[in-house]
Design a protein around this ligand. Sequence first.
Ligand code: ZN
Length: 132
Amino acid sequence: MYGVIVCPRCKRAKGVDLKQKTTTCACGFEIRIAPSRVRARADTARELASLVGQVSAELAGGLAAYRKAAAPARRRRSRDVHLRIVGVASKPHDRAGRLRAAAVELTRELEVFSLGDWTRVLWNRRTGSTER
Ligand SMILES: [Zn+2]
């Protein structure tokens, strides 16, 4: 039985033979192989290789998402997005048209938008004149 474990120091995924008690990561850290640390299991070494890739991709994806959410640059950009959408959404003359334009633009820019994004756009549109 093989397994994928993640190094606690450098957070890299590593494939191991679960018969071993410890393994040394590429970073030099000696990892104790505990069942609770095994992220995925494989019967063959061949399966293990693709599992390591999969876990690495998951780790990278989670990290990228975390960095994206935490980055101040992203927040700045998304504020510009809100302002741009406010501009686009104020063009239609009826309320339903403005709401639809805001929803379409939010979806296009952010793919997934939160209630926070939504209220920000709507709030900005109503209070836009006082903020300028
Ligand atoms: Zn490591």
